[in-house]
Design a protein around this ligand. Structure first.
Ligand code: M6R
Length: 364
């Protein structure tokens, strides 16, 4: 049942190239040049804003997607955790699309937030892994992420498939809004299609990550830093690590370092810097150097060009294949997952059934 893997989490990490490929292809037309959504789809010209609501890792997928919708489609996005959204009872302006993301489709707070939006938002769309779930059934349109059953409590393949579906949605929004010409759309779609292969390469770094994780397992606290769309990935890296290894971890936007967390830097706290060589790379590197100048131990996760340029003096480096900056978060989810997985193994914790956690939180 674990397909030769020791844990469901390992199996689910390994399945990502396949399921991600299926999710991407599902939303692209056969000629590879356009996006196709089920039923009547979504006409983004009808909306001026999107409000996204979810919990946990699904919330972090929304935070990542916000960068895509705003950057590519110039469509403003608000993102909330469901437990805050539902009790804050925010006003929902006209021309709002409400989007709910949930692997299980049964998370109590997310479902309550969806019900709050019924009759207020112009359209309710969900991005779910379980098509028969309550959240799917109560939406105007449910978009499957096609990740297949996810058993490990720590969400892995659901996260990357959620990202893939929302990336195609952002491209659809950009096309509807006239913000993207056919040629650029085709380029983006071709890039998306390279991701499953890149994820395989990232998964192959397992043995290297294992060696790093043996050292990481000795830490009491770990800080994750990222900038731009890598910021939500820093949050996801921290969430994964604390869930299954029980090491206290925090994710921060790199630029926030000097506004507080830099006070924590010392020789005993590893700082994981997730920094593909993109337009913001130099800024992140300068934050990283601030950490190193204070004796902090940096694990730099970048592509080989980034590591060549900025890896000197780092405690550890981990090379990812180079990837188009826009969709880098989908690739960098893999080292975040592998780091948590191997650290938990090194600590001997229960990877698939971490203490105090349930796979689906159906009570608030
Ligand atoms: O089923 P959902 O996607 O609605 O679940 C949301 C969270 O409970 C879930 O992502 C949780 O944070 C995971 N354990 C993260 O690995």
């Amino acid at each position: 049942e674990k397909g030769g893997h020791k844990h469901f989490m390992a199996k689910e990490i390994a399945e990502q190239p396949t399921v991600l490929g299926e999710a991407i292809e599902h939303y692209i037309t056969a000629d590879g040049n356009a996006i196709t959504l089920p039923d009547a789809g979504i006409d983004f010209t009808k909306f001026d804003r999107i409000t996204m609501v979810a919990c946990g890792t699904a919330y972090l997928a929304c935070l990542t997607a916000k960068y895509w919708f705003e950057q590519v489609a110039r469509l403003p996005v608000e993102v909330d955790v469901a437990s805050e959204f539902r009790y804050r009872e925010p006003p929902i302006p006209a021309r709002t699309l409400a989007l709910f993301v949930s692997q299980s489709g049964e998370t109590a707070d997310t479902l309550a937030a969806l019900r709050y939006c019924q009759g207020k938002a112009d359209m309710i769309v969900s991005v779910v892994n379980v098509p028969e779930s309550s959240i799917a059934r109560e939406s105007d349109l449910a978009l499957p992420i096609l990740a297949g059953t996810e058993i490990g409590v720590a969400s892995t393949k659901a996260f990357t498939c959620q990202l893939a579906v929302m990336a195609t949605l952002a491209l659809k929004a950009a096309t509807d809004k006239g913000a993207l010409d056919d040629q650029t759309l085709a380029t983006h779609l071709a890039t998306l299609r390279t991701l499953p292969g890149l994820l395989s390469l990232a998964i192959n770094t397992g043995p290297e990550v294992k060696a790093i994780a043996r050292k990481l397992a000795e830490a009491q606290d770990v800080l994750f830093l990222g900038r731009g769309a890598m910021f939500p990935l820093a949050l996801e890296g921290a969430l994964k690590l604390k869930e299954i290894s029980y090491i206290h971890a925090e994710g921060y936007a790199s630029g926030e370092l000097k506004h507080g967390p830099i006070a924590l830097i010392d020789k005993s706290m590893p700082v994981v810097v997730m920094a593909p060589r993109d337009a913001l790379f130099d800024k992140t590197v300068s934050n990283m150097q601030e950490v190193m100048a204070r004796g902090g131990k940096v694990l730099l996760i970048s592509d080989s060009a980034g590591i060549r340029e900025a890896g000197q003096g780092a405690w550890e480096t981990l090379a990812m294949p180079s990837v188009d900056a826009l969709f880098a978060p989908i690739l960098y989810a893999v080292p975040a997952q592998l780091l948590a997985y191997h650290t938990a193994i090194a600590k001997g914790t229960d990877v698939d059934q971490p203490r105090n956690l349930a796979k689906s939180v159906t009570v608030e």
